[in-house]
Write a protein that binds this ligand. Sequence first.
Ligand SMILES: *[C@@H]1O[C@H](CO)[C@@H](O)[C@H](O)[C@H]1NC(C)=O
Ligand SMILES: *[C@@H]1O[C@H](CO)[C@@H](O)[C@H](O)[C@H]1NC(C)=O
Ligand SMILES: *[C@@H]1O[C@H](CO)[C@@H](O)[C@H](O)[C@H]1NC(C)=O
Ligand SMILES: *[C@@H]1O[C@H](CO)[C@@H](O)[C@H](O)[C@H]1NC(C)=O
Ligand SMILES: *[C@@H]1O[C@H](CO)[C@@H](O)[C@H](O)[C@H]1NC(C)=O
Ligand SMILES: [Zn+2]
Length: 493
Amino acid sequence: MWSKLIVAQAALAAAIPFVSRNPASVLYDRGTVAGFATPIFACPASSWPPNTIGKTNGPQPPSADLASILAHVDPGRIEATIKKLVSFGTRHTLSTQTSKTRGIGAARDWIHAEFQKYADASDGRLTVETVGYVQQPDGNRVTFATLISDVVATLRGTDENRLYVVSGHYDTRNTNILDYEGDAPGADDDASGVAISLELARVMSNPKYPVPKASIAFVAVAGEEQGLYGSQFLAQTYANSTPRVNVEGMFTNDIVGSPKGSDGIVDPHVIRLFAQGLPPLAVENSSKRESRLQIGGENDTPARNLARLIKEVAENPETQMNVSVVYRLDRYLRGGDHRPFLEAGYPAVRFTEPREDFAHQHQNVRVENGVQYGDLIEFCDFDFIARVARVNGAALWSLANSPGAPTNVRVNTTALTNNSTLYWGPPLAGEANVGAYEVVWRTTAAPFWTDVIDVGLVNEVTLALSKDNVVFGVRARSKDGSRGVAVLPFPAA
Ligand SMILES: *[C@@H]1O[C@H](CO)[C@@H](O)[C@H](O)[C@H]1NC(C)=O
Ligand SMILES: *[C@@H]1O[C@H](CO)[C@@H](O)[C@H](O)[C@H]1NC(C)=O
Ligand SMILES: *[C@@H]1O[C@H](CO)[C@@H](O)[C@H](O)[C@H]1NC(C)=O
Ligand SMILES: *[C@@H]1O[C@H](CO)[C@@H](O)[C@H](O)[C@H]1NC(C)=O
Ligand SMILES: *[C@@H]1O[C@H](CO)[C@@H](O)[C@H](O)[C@H]1NC(C)=O
Ligand SMILES: [Zn+2]
């Protein structure tokens, strides 16, 4: 007789030590000197073929400016922001936009005013805009014409047309998606994400730090729960601008408020990062997809390589976090604000807490059978949210100070050879910021880059390493050491 086997979490935890249970969540063995050490991938799968060139691809430690930025992320400010957002009672997208104290309009105006305070203290580096459009009834979750507003604070970088976006949604919901009058505090979903946008804007726009090379947009969007409307509007606005805004990476922080599951188990030093595989066909046409499948490039899409970079720069003693990358667009049955960016052809990923408690999201505030339901601030952990903010901050600052990604990256596939010849062009912002190019690789079954070779300031290299056995990526490093995202080479004659 067949019966279901259910292995309880506690039994697993007792039986298998944590690191071997989830090796993908920990790239570096932190057991040794100064928090940085050897990779854990000294396993058979990645040790063949033997490496004769390059060196181990290690984490990128924070620069002095970045370490200071991370140290200034303040859990107290994050708590105050979430408290304020909860005080609007509901922030449902269809709720009142005329009250000064209740509903989404009041929340929007408060967020704008708060960003404006940071802008006023920024020596003109940060500018704030509230942008939006009227969404007509959609026969689904929007029942009357509704103004959808996004609040966008932009820290202007020195390079032309390079932008990173960090976003959270300030709208909330109740059990009934159309209930726009009942209280819906939305502390975790998603005041926590909005608080990260605000806190990073405050710290990074401080004039004591150098202006980054790329611009950074700190964003709070509406309409997420009604159908990702605010994010879609923003992604389309960037995509349809002339010239098209070059969004090099977008992160949404959605439900990042607590490390605790309904079982009481806490993972205070882990954040999940969802990264999509194959882009939509509207973004990458069928001939490019065919080529991608031919070369085994399914796992090396722009979103996946953005996630790998985030992991390399955000796991360190300053963040005290492990980035647990999930190779999937999002959780089952759920959606998020990174999707409209992916659909617009931009690399985008989602941060979400490790152990979501479903009683504390999308639920009317109530007690049932002794269980407290509702997205209440008492379930938020502000130190945890600050650590997630630092993960975002480490990634944003490193990327914004990197030269961007090389373009037109190719591998020569004209002849059968054990060597691999790669070519590439400079990043879109030009070669002026590039200190050197690096080729990274890993065996095809390894999740993250294991090896790297510094090839200098060239646009072609031949490596004594067979492209049949590894996946390559080419990335650019700035003169002061900030690495950009690696790009998979496609076949070229
Ligand atoms: C598919 O996209 C590639 C660029 O990624 C382009 O060079 C090619 O012309 C496109 N093919 C078709 C049939 O549109
Ligand atoms: C994650 O990182 C922190 C500090 O950086 C460490 O203390 C912790 O043990 C790590 N592992 C897990 C699974 O949380
Ligand atoms: C690729 O390699 C072949 C020789 O194997 C060479 O003839 C060809 O010029 C190379 N392509 C480029 C773009 O350098
Ligand atoms: C290519 O590498 C294989 C080992 O993978 C080796 O047996 C073969 O001799 C090499 N061919 C050349 C031309 O070097
Ligand atoms: C392959 O690379 C090795 C080491 O760099 C070099 O000695 C050899 O000449 C290369 N062979 C070809 C065909 O490029
Ligand atoms: Zn959400």
